[in-house]
Design a protein around this ligand. Structure first.
Ligand SMILES: Nc1nc2c(c(=O)[nH]1)N[C@H]1C(S)=C(S)[C@@H](COP(=O)(O)OP(=O)(O)OC[C@H]3O[C@@H](n4cnc5c(=O)[nH]c(N)nc54)[C@H](O)[C@@H]3O)O[C@H]1N2
Ligand SMILES: Nc1nc2c(c(=O)[nH]1)N[C@H]1C(S)=C(S)[C@@H](COP(=O)(O)OP(=O)(O)OC[C@H]3O[C@@H](n4cnc5c(=O)[nH]c(N)nc54)[C@H](O)[C@@H]3O)O[C@H]1N2
Ligand SMILES: [Mo]
Length: 765
């Protein structure tokens, strides 16, 4: 039977109803090892088997400022009681505090599958019941999503179809400069699934075609060895300064593309006066940039010359913008590509997010596929996604966001479904304090992860292996059938079943389910897609599709709106969807916001935490908390593949041998990573792939606080978000800045505490 996941498609081997193995598909050239490891977690002891309610919450009001969340025992209850508790509480909160007191922003990746999309189900249920406070943007690319529409216009993600695809790069490009690299570990993933992993082969094709790669990153292995890339180690969070130094060098040597800048961009002159130092007396020249970035003056000059004289492509990944002033490297990378003369030439110019997901740069998109229908939300309130702790701690406060003023709403009930805030949010100790303020937290989870342990009511949810659905991954031209391969563990139910029961209790079951069974919904959504795409000519009937597991969608062909090639050819006929119709090197609109942390043109702002900050005297190492190679965020940290990557049960932390030697740290030792916000244990890996002054600890190890609820308590397992800062990128995007954190590392010679991340809490029956 076929299985579709965010890490690819697999075959499940089932014997008399028991899941035996998950195998890669023969036609996947680069299957992810995360898939086979799912079997181990399918029925492990961390599964939530029955609805459970936190003891302190059951014992009654007042619940506000209840410090026991996260530390309490749970009482298992029947489904009937659980549905009563949740529906009564929703009714109470809505009537006493209004619909905006219900938070349904519920950020998270959940699982592949269009019908059982957890956030889609939750938001449909909450919208039909009166509405909810939503969240906006993503933890992935908040800064990019807010800045790009000002600079190149269009939908925040439209760049995905406007930038060169890998095959065009192979054919046309000579030089790729990748800020943040092109880590293949990340292209294991594609949101919503994919049939075959293609990025690796496409990268190889570029190399065979003679494309040169430059990796500007603190970590050498952010680029595959077979690309033979030049490595320019860069002080984290200084990419904007590096790009300014390159831009300055182009300008003073007259290497920049004056014609394109004049015809197709606005505001170059104002930016140029900043660049040469007319405004602040500081020329952003190669020597200035070398001082900040650690990249030599010669290397910066050489890169400027090569970018301007070769057919070149500038790539930025997402990590560079998940940082203080994360808008700047994105904006500046577009400006640099415009200057280099490559913008709007085939296979060249600018692009973002290559290799962060498999389909990025593989296909420019796919036809739209039906999913669980959205219902418009009667509540208009929203928060920028990463401002959740601020909202809980400071209701009523006003904040800036992209030229608007937002008032943070008062949240009384949090309903989380398909995400793991105690993995994804920064400064988990601050989140813990914030989490004590609402009356009630309801969570649907399959496993007793940290978010489940920090809830009041936990409803056990069936996994993707335990329900029928079909997948249509981001930009992937395939539909993949996802028949149920095992029965739901314990008393688990699907998210849809749970919401249907709640809707029934609240009097709107029919509106929610439209009287369809789950399989009828799956069939309905498939048939709707088929009809929209042209019926028999486009796709087989549902029964054939379900039997054959996979089918191909008709290709999506250009031209795509907002094309840079069209812009270059005739900016009057093919304007960009920006206020000026051109690339905005200077944005009057952003300038008019008057922000002191995001001016009208790309600007170098010192990050609050970086290697040249005063704080580095106490915490001399920059923490790179990047995406894990061994799992998707926190998902399947209890799976076989992630477990096999641990060192003495802890998450690996990679340290440069020189930094390890000065601290007496050896390979394989358990170390303590710490700063003023918190500390965690991790297993040391020594490697000069990581530049000196930098340590790398991936996200997603389930947080394992020694004393849950106690601020600053040691994490036994290695979740970097006990160390990161909950600080917005700027007033423009309010995005997360996880990649701006300083730490120190020391040997941990005390007796090792046992990791308890995968143990359920105390449960009473
Ligand atoms: N320090 C640091 N922090 C980061 C990042 C970083 O680079 N550094 N990266 C950020 C980024 S880019 C992202 S996208 C976020 C990711 O943050 P999340 O998306 O919250 O992380 P996941 O681990 O994918 O969480 C998904 C949760 O949903 C559950 N789940 C899966 N399927 C279903 C389902 O069908 N129903 C229900 N009810 N639950 C389900 C899983 O068990 C899991 O607990 O993390 C962010 N956090
Ligand atoms: N295996 C796996 N793949 C994933 C995910 C996963 O959880 N697991 N998550 C997916 C998701 S949700 C997302 S959003 C994408 C994220 O895609 P990215 O954000 O691009 O991925 P990261 O792994 O966080 O970061 C990649 C590299 O950027 C470099 N980097 C960090 N800070 C800086 C900096 O200041 N300057 C420069 N030049 N480089 C820097 C680091 O060395 C790091 O290894 O990945 C996706 N792919
Ligand atoms: Mo992400």
């Amino acid at each position: 039977m076929s299985v579709a996941t965010h890490w690819g498609s697999f075959i499940a081997v089932v014997d008399s109803g028991r899941l035996v193995r998950i195998e890669p598909r023969d036609d996947d050239p680069a299957p992810s090892p995360i898939g086979p490891g799912m079997v181990k977690a399918a029925d492990d002891s961390a599964r939530v088997l029955r609805p459970a309610v936190r003891k302190g919450w059951l014992n009654g009001l007042p619940r506000i400022h209840d410090t026991a969340r996260g530390a309490d025992a749970f009482v298992e209850v029947s489904w009937d009681d659980a549905i009563t508790l949740v529906s009564d509480e929703l009714r109470r909160v809505r009537s006493q505090h209004g619909d905006s007191a219900v938070f349904g922003g519920s950020y998270g990746w959940a699982s592949a599958g269009g019908f059982h999309n957890a956030q889609g189900q939750l938001q449909r249920f909450l919208a039909l019941g009166g509405g909810y406070t939503d969240s906006r943007n993503t933890y992935s690319t908040a800064a990019l999503e807010v800045i790009l529409p000002h600079v190149i216009g269009g939908h925040p993600w439209s760049y995905q179809s406007r930038m060169p695809m890998w095959d065009e790069i192979a054919e046309n490009c000579e030089l790729v400069v990748a800020f943040g690299g092109l880590a293949l570990k990340n292209s294991q993933i594609n949101p919503g699934g994919l049939a075959r992993h293609q990025t690796q082969n496409l990268q190889r094709r570029c190399r065979e075609a003679g494309v040169r790669f430059v990796n500007v990153s603190p970590i050498r292995s952010d680029v595959a060895g077979f690309l033979d890339a030049e490595w320019l180690p860069v002080v984290p969070n200084t990419d904007t300064a590096a790009m300014l130094g390159i831009a300055h060098t182009m300008l003073v040597n007259g290497w920049h593309d004056e014609d394109f800048l004049r015809r197709c961009c606005v505001g170059f002159d104002r930016f140029a006066s900043y660049l040469v130092g007319e405004l602040d007396g500081i020329p952003k020249d190669a020597a200035w940039a070398a001082e900040i970035t650690g990249i030599s003056r010669d290397a910066i000059t050489d890169l400027a010359r090569r970018l301007a004289t070769r057919r070149s492509l500038i790539m930025v990944n997402y990590a560079v913008q998940r940082a203080d002033h994360g808008e700047q490297p994105i904006w500046m990378s577009v400006v640099l590509a415009a200057m280099a003369g490559s913008m709007g030439r085939p296979g060249c110019g600018w692009g973002a997010g290559y290799a962060t997901m498999d389909a990025t740069g593989v296909a420019p998109g796919r036809p739209s596929v039906a999913a669980v229908p959205k219902v418009s939300n009667p509540v208009a309130d929203f928060i920028p996604v990463a401002r959740i702790a601020d909202t809980l701690l400071h209701p009523g406060k006003t904040i800036d966001y992209d030229g608007r003023r937002l008032t943070l709403p008062e949240l009384r009930l949090i309903y989380w479904c398909g995400g793991n805030p105690f993995h994804h949010h920064q400064d988990l100790h601050r989140l813990t304090r914030a989490w004590q303020t609402p009356d009630t937290v309801v969570v649907h989870e399959a496993w007793w992860n940290t978010t489940a342990k920090f809830a009041d009511i936990v409803l056990p949810v069936a996994t993707t292996l335990e329900r029928d659905d079909f997948a249509a991954g981001f930009s992937d031209p395939h539909l993949v059938a996802m028949p149920k391969v095992r029965e739901p563990e314990g008393e688990s139910r699907t998210d849809h079943q749970i919401f249907a029961a709640l809707a029934s209790r609240l009097g709107y079951e029919q509106e929610f389910t439209q009287s369809r069974s789950e399989l009828a919904w799956v069939r309905h959504l498939y048939e709707q897609t088929r009809t929209e795409l042209g019926g028999d000519a486009a796709l087989p009937g549902f029964d054939d599709f379900w039997r054959n597991s996979t089918t191909e969608l008709p290709p999506l062909t250009g031209p795509f709106p907002g094309s840079f090639e069209a812009l270059r050819s005739d900016p009057r006929r093919f304007p960009l969807p920006t206020p000026s119709g051109r690339i905005e090197i200077f944005s009057e609109e952003i300038d008019s916001f008057g922000y002191d942390d995001c001016a009208g043109h790309p600007t170098w702002y010192e990050p609050v935490e970086w290697l040249h900050a005063d704080l580095s005297a106490r915490f001399p190492l920059h923490l790179i908390s990047n995406q894990p190679a061994s799992r998707l965020h926190s998902q399947y940290d209890n799976g076989g593949h992630s477990l096999s990557s641990k060192i003495r049960d802890r998450e690996p932390v990679t340290i440069n041998p020189s930094d390890a030697a000065s601290r007496g740290i050896e390979n394989g030792m358990v170390v303590r990573v710490h700063n003023d916000r918190g500390s965690c244990l991790a297993g040391a890996v020594l490697s000069d792939d990581v530049m000196p002054g930098v340590v790398q600890l991936a996200t997603g190890a389930w947080w394992d606080p020694v004393r849950p609820g106690l601020s600053g308590t040691l994490d036994r397992h290695g979740n970097p978000n006990v160390l990161t800062a909950d600080r917005p990128c700027s007033r423009l995007s309010q995005g997360p800045s996880a990649l701006s954190a300083l730490v120190d590392v020391e040997r941990y010679d005390d007796p090792l505490p046992e990791v308890q991340a995968f143990s359920p809490p105390d449960l009473e029956h």
